[in-house]
Design a protein around this ligand. Structure first.
Ligand code: UDX
Length: 434
């Protein structure tokens, strides 16, 4: 569907088009920034692939339109099923650019700024080809941004095996081989994705603004140290309750949480991509059962068959759902779960969104990273923010978690550091449109 606006006001307001890589961990922060820019009075269009469009519109996501916020998806239908991440990357690289160019050309209100992603480097090329100023929204931590940047530009020697010394990057604690994003390791199986992200660091000159889903109070040192290379503008945490689910959340877990004691429940999730092995699933299942504590565990449909036999049956009680000690769902309303008073800790794979959502909710975490930036995020949760462990040490963490909750809310509140950055960005765009 093509967008249109008949209002004279919209015709003179900047029009920002944000494009999200097709994955839940990207759609959420990009949608949330889109809503924030719309709240600043800009005309905003959110785009991603047609598949993401269909899933967003069919889940129970809060996709209600605002007068100045609309969806307009790429027409990028792949010719066959995309089996793997590499197939998706190849498809996007060939079908994405013409489709984005067509989408930009068909806007009745000319686009003032394209907000792209380092996971879709061609978006900057398309914007440049059409003479449209561009920004990038980095959806991971500024520390990880700095690591990729230093790696790509060969500004530091990175430890790639346990015997290599840690790397010291400006504003970051020393990172060992286990702490640097695993995409840099020779054993990384996601080659095309890693190559795309790294190559995009050579393409950042095309972006006039580098926005990041972080906040100054959290990553001050990394951001300040990086500013001698390029200014990084934190606009997060983009963790508002606004939801962009690609799967339909199981809302019945909320009434189960209501029936649990304060801070008693362990919430367990590995995000939208990580798949555990059958052995890991069994370890987790028996560990949760034997902990003797209530738990809410997200097991996505594709992993359900890996649950040990009889595990789910063993959770049922004669008191019905509410009496269960453990609750397993296919997808949760995570932001609502994390802020529920019954939840006491978050066993997380340390995706950056989950990390920021945990900090925003003031929750201590048990770090369970798998790959990519998750290993770096785990290092920061445990050793820098002081809110995580690989084994619980609850009380001190709870106090520090409460501190981050306050700082996160203040950053995005009116007049807060990230809110001011979004305002300045909006004002700069206004100065482009005459
Ligand atoms: C991945 C990477 O792991 C992440 O670090 C990167 O920045 C983006 O791509 P993902 O693994 O899905 O993302 O994790 P995460 O970044 O935590 O994003 C998952 C999102 O899905 C979060 O916003 C979380 O609230 C939401 N979610 C997850 C739900 O709403 N319900 C669930 O049951 C699980």
């Amino acid at each position: 569907s093509s967008s249109s606006s008949s209002s004279a006001a919209a015709a003179t307001s900047p029009h920002v088009l944000l494009i999200a890589f097709p994955g839940q961990g990207h759609v959420n922060p990009v949608l949330r920034l889109a809503r924030r820019l719309a709240a600043k009075g800009l005309l905003v269009t959110f785009t991603s692939t047609s598949d993401i469009g269909a899933r967003l519109l069919s889940s129970s996501s809060d996709v209600s339109p605002l007068p100045n916020f609309r969806f307009d998806f790429l027409s990028d239908q792949p010719s066959g099923p995309l089996a793997a991440l590499d197939d998706l990357m190849r498809h996007l690289a060939s079908a994405g650019p013409p489709s984005l160019a067509a989408l930009l050309r068909r806007q009745t209100v000319p686009v003032t700024c394209v907000v792209g992603s380092p996971f879709l480097p061609w978006a900057l090329d398309v914007a440049e080809g059409l003479g449209i100023p561009a920004a990038v929204l980095w959806v991971q931590s500024c520390a990880v941004f700095s690591a990729y940047y230093h790696y790509h530009h060969r500004l530091a020697a990175f430890p790639l095996s346990d015997s290599d010394p840690p790397v010291s990057l400006p504003g970051l604690p020393p990172l060992s081989a286990a702490d640097v994003p695993s995409f840099l390791h020779p054993s990384n199986p996601y080659k095309l994705l890693a190559d795309t992200i790294l190559a995009s660091f050579g393409n950042l000159g095309k972006a006039r603004w580098l926005l990041a889903n972080s906040f100054n109070e959290l990553e001050h040192d990394a951001i300040a140290a990086f500013s001698s290379l390029r200014p990084l503008t934190p606009v997060g945490p983009l963790t508002d309750p606004f939801r962009g689910d690609l799967l339909t959340p199981a809302d019945d877990c909320m009434s189960w949480l209501d029936a649990q004691e304060r801070q008693s429940v362990a919430y367990v999730s590995v995000g939208s991509v990580v798949v555990l092995t059958a052995d890991e699933m069994a370890e987790m299942a028996w560990g949760l059962r034997d902990s003797g504590r209530p738990f809410l565990w997200v097991v996505r449909q594709e992993s359900r068959g890996l649950l040990p036999e009889d595990f789910l049956e063993g959770l049922t009680t004669t008191e019905g759902d509410v009496g269960r000690r453990g609750f397993v769902v296919g997808w949760s309303p995570q932001d609502r779960v994390l802020s529920h008073p019954a939840v006491g800790c978050f066993l997380t794979h340390c995706g950056w969104n989950s990390t920021l959502e945990a900090l925003s909710a003031g929750l201590p975490v048990i770090a369970f990273p798998q790959w990519g930036d998750q290993v770096t995020n785990a290092k920061f949760l445990v050793d820098v923010y002081g809110v995580g462990v690989r084994r619980p040490e609850a009380e001190g963490m709870r106090a520090r978690a409460a501190k981050w909750k306050e700082a996160a809310a203040a950053a995005v509140a009116e007049g807060g550091s990230s809110d001011r950055n979004i305002q300045n960005f909006a004002d700069e765009l206004r100065s482009i449109v005459v």
